[in-house]
Design a protein around this ligand. Structure first.
Ligand SMILES: O=c1ccn([C@@H]2O[C@H](COP(=O)(O)O)[C@@H](O)[C@H]2O)c(=O)[nH]1
Length: 234
């Protein structure tokens, strides 16, 4: 029995029924689940509570980004759903992240709180387009350092940056990496991609994987194949 599954399956579905159809093929010892903006907007907090009650660790990926007071209140509401992990955008700033962390620590369940550095869909060109001319890797490092300073548990980054962040920010800092693609699988809208095995070798704590599993003919088999590729317990 694996008590700390490394794979987080992204439930990017348009409604609860479609998401549940996948969830019933999965097992809490094999993976955790991620509820993002699409499913949360469609199915709501009650659906998140339904998932947490079924023993799956749930990452509520709503990437809060607002003024400190608003983000803190949103983090309290999210913590009260019993989720395992939730997140904010590091670019919301130090004060915002500190307010979020304080809110989470005052909640009963104290979920892990992490911050998004630079979205894995972005590359140097798209970063420049939003007015940031720092080297992308340096920008990720700056935001991750600020996140640690604010007292959060970790960051969302690409596994391309995991080795660098692990070395600088230590073994305990949680590195959650989307943009995971097994070899020869479509990259879709992701820019900074890494294979599951390489992501773990680079020091990722958890791999977020959506379409390579959810769009597979047999999602359970696709998940098990990734476990085998990475030598993870089944
Ligand atoms: O930088 C980020 C932050 C979040 N995500 C989310 O992860 C999944 C990835 O899904 P795939 O289908 O495996 O591409 C998705 O829910 C994103 O919202 C991310 O990709 N990058």
């Amino acid at each position: 029995m694996n008590n700390d599954p490394k794979i987080i399956v992204a439930l990017d579905y348009q409604d609860a029924a479609s998401a549940l159809n996948l969830v019933k093929q999965l097992d809490p010892s094999l993976c955790r689940l991620k509820v993002g903006k699409e499913l949360f907007t469609a199915a709501g907090p009650k659906f998140v509570e339904q998932l947490t009650r079924s023993n799956f660790g749930v990452f509520l990926d709503l990437k809060f980004h607002d003024i400190p007071n608003t983000v803190a209140k949103a983090c309290t509401a999210a913590s009260n759903l019993g989720v395992w992990m939730l997140n904010v955008h590091a670019s919301g700033g130090l004060e915002m992240m500190q307010a979020a962390q304080q809110a989470v620590q005052q909640s009963e369940s104290k979920p892990l709180l992490i911050a998004v550095t630079v979205l894995t869909s972005m590359n140097q060109t798209s970063l420049n387009q939003v007015g940031i001319h720092t080297d992308l890797t340096t920008h990720v490092m700056n935001l991750a350092t600020l996140t640690q300073q604010a007292g959060l548990d970790g960051v969302v980054c690409s596994a391309l940056e995991a080795q660098m962040l692990r070395t600088k920010l230590g073994a305990e800092f949680c590195l959650v990496t989307p943009g995971i693609r097994p070899a020869n699988v479509n990259q879709d809208d992701q820019s900074r991609v890494v294979t599951p095995a390489d992501a773990l070798k680079n020091g990722s704590s958890y791999l977020v994987i959506g379409r390579p599993i959810t769009k597979a003919e047999d999602p359970r088999k696709a998940l098990e194949a990734i476990h085998q590729e990475c030598n993870l317990a089944l």
